[in-house]
Ligand binder design. Sequence first.
Ligand code: GRF
Length: 192
Amino acid sequence: MKNIAIFASGTGSNAQKMMEHFAQHSQAKVTLVVSNKPKALVLEKAQNFGVATQVIQRDRFYHSAEVVESLQNQQIDLIVLAGFLWLVPQNLIAAFPNKIINIHPALLPKYGGKGMYGMRVHEAVVANQENESGITIHYVNEHYDEGKIIFQERCLVTPDDTPADVAKKVQALEHQHFPSVVEQLVKKLSNP
Ligand code: GRF
């Protein structure tokens, strides 16, 4: 059985889908939800699923081994970032090589990097009159949104789409694909 930790800063709709997907799974389960925000809705969602939660503090995250050690003690195998807004520190990346993934609500390498999150991404897509957007699931390295791409899926953007319309289309793709892409990775970890 592989243990998945989800890191999230916000609402946690993707975390919710992930917890649902793995609730009865034979190869993996979500055992921990980590947030940098004590009041993030994602923590309530985790509690409703009976999943353990942990709130992290910035100085300890960046300047101590506390979080890494806690993840190791809890035998976490895979870390899934789902709307987690802090850059992942080098010590965490080194402790979980190729075992940290992120979902980004655009077709990277476009519309990525520091500050490109949430509605800002969709506003930029609409401002640039793109005719498509989508999702990118990628490994995490020490730069925002730059690790190796694992999976992308596209959606159409029409000239009358507002940023909120694009957000809806992209979120539907996230919910549809993120759990199954994580499942594929779990299978790879189980049978390398
Ligand atoms: C998603 O759009 C995801 O791509 C991103 O942050 C958002 C999280 O949404 N990086 P939710 O909290 O899962 O609803």
